[in-house]
Write a protein that binds this ligand. Structure first.
Ligand SMILES: [Zn+2]
Length: 77
């Protein structure tokens, strides 16, 4: 998998923003969860474009687990 550029992440976030939180599915979340994490880490405050992902992570344990695995992978022990 190629590393997305910052610009690609923003485009991805904008595309996600067009998807209502209740409509976003696991496939969409998992495809962008690393971008979500990167943006969240970089900006500290989450852009509203990523609300749909944040909402999904609150209601979907599977995606949350994937997200937390990424967080653990990035966090220094
Ligand atoms: Zn999910």
């Amino acid at each position: 998998m190629m590393e997305p550029t910052r610009e690609q992440l923003v485009i991805l976030a904008e595309q996600l923003a067009e998807t209502a939180a209740e409509e976003i599915d696991c496939e969409a979340v998992l495809s962008c969860v690393s971008a979500y994490l990167e943006i969240a880490e970089a900006s500290k405050t989450l852009p509203p474009e990523l609300d749909a992902v944040a909402q999904h992570l609150k209601v979907c344990p599977e995606c949350l687990e994937e997200y937390q695995a990424l967080v653990r992978a990035l966090a220094p022990e």
